[in-house]
Ligand binder design. Structure first.
Ligand code: HSE
Length: 347
């Protein structure tokens, strides 16, 4: 069994979540699934960067980041490389792109992903920016270079929405995708049903860590729109951009709206929707009143859910976390396992 050598670009919450899982479950992943992951490089703006071809101990990296916030005490062959040098020079089969990004330019994550693919590295990422803005281009580069681009954590964190839709339901004829794809807004709407006002509920979501750094991205449906684009492109083979998504957020909803829905046995949900109509794929994000019998109606708090409507199975619904350190770290394990299986363990 050859090790899968991994370079981490970014060692914030998600990178540390991945390192935690590898420290705690690395032996189990090796023994049960034949997945032997060796972190050979980490480049982080805060902690610094380290490279060691024989591997860096994930527990040691976590301890260093937790102690003085730097990798100064970590044994390494090379230090001080920036992200692009690490992507180009590290002894690595896979680059995990976990730096920051946005849904306007996708940078700097987009350049990191492009560079890694061009250099023949497999890429795994939890960053929505590059995947929502440039999936067709990046997927074509990955095919040309004979490597994989996996991004399970961009939609519903480690809840396997993308692998379910794109791989496990392949051939079932997915005609529609509907989901609660943003935890912050679902949390806010759930709290409003319990009597909280909008601002109070949003402040709670920020305190719980669900909201983006700028919560207007959540409230206005931009985060959900990014996920809708990713689902449309990855699962339905569309080539949508953010501009193709008809988008409305939840800022216009009042307590009175929420109470009126409840009186009618309904709930407001921010629904991301993708529909195939012949050769056309249409996408939207909008608050919708759903009846209590709808599979997404019972999904409360920050939980996410997606329903795939298929020709052969009817509706298939998946419910689970959409954010969180270990939940998102696990998405990267799922991506590594997908690469491991696709390459027959020879990546
Ligand atoms: N801000 C996002 C949410 C985090 O609330 O769902 C996960 O993408």
């Amino acid at each position: 069994m050859s090790a899968l050598r991994l370079a981490l670009i970014g060692f914030g919450t998600v990178g540390q979540g991945l390192a935690r899982i590898l420290a705690d479950r690395g032996a189990d992943l090796r023994e049960r699934y034949g997945l032997d992951v060796r972190i050979t490089a980490v480049a982080d703006l805060r902690c610094g960067s380290v490279h060691a071809a024989d591997g860096l101990d994930p527990a040691r990296l976590l301890a260093a980041a937790g102690a003085d916030g730097t990798f100064d005490a970590v044994d390494a062959e090379d230090r001080g490389w920036d992200a692009l040098t690490t992507i180009r020079e590290a002894q690595a089969d896979v680059v995990a792109e976990l730096a920051f990004t946005d849904l306007a330019t996708g940078e700097p994550a987009l350049t990191h992903v492009r560079t890694a693919l061009e250099h023949g590295r497999h890429v795994i990422t939890t960053n929505k920016g590059p995947v929502a803005l440039a999936w067709p281009e990046l997927a074509a580069t990955a095919r040309r270079r004979g490597v994989r681009l996996e991004a399970e954590g961009t939609v519903m964190s480690g809840t396997p929405a993308l692998h379910l839709g794109a791989e496990l339901l392949a051939g079932a004829g997915v005609t529609r995708i509907e989901g609660i794809l943003n935890g912050t807004t679902n949390y806010v709407l759930t709290r409003m049903e319990a009597g909280a006002d909008f601002g109070e509920a949003l402040a709670e979501a920020q305190a719980e860590g669900y909201a983006e750094a700028d919560p207007s991205g959540d409230v206005e449906g931009i985060d959900a729109a990014g996920k809708v684009v990713i689902l449309a492109n990855r699962v339905m083979g569309a080539e949508l951009t953010m501009a193709d998504v008809a988008r409305e957020g939840i800022a216009g909803l009042t307590r009175a709206d929420v109470e009126a829905a409840a009186a009618a046995g309904e709930r407001w949900k921010l629904i991301g929707r993708v529909e195939r109509d012949g050769q056309t794929v249409r996408a939207s994000v909008a608050p919708r009143r759903v009846p209590a019998t709808h599979p997404l109606a019972s999904v409360g708090g920050a939980t996410n859910a997606v329903t795939y409507t298929t020709e052969l199975l009817g509706d298939v619904t998946l419910i689970g976390p959409g954010a969180g350190k270990l939940a998102t770290g696990y998405a990267l394990i799922a991506d590594l396992l997908a690469i491991h299986r696709a390459t027959g363990g020879a990546a």
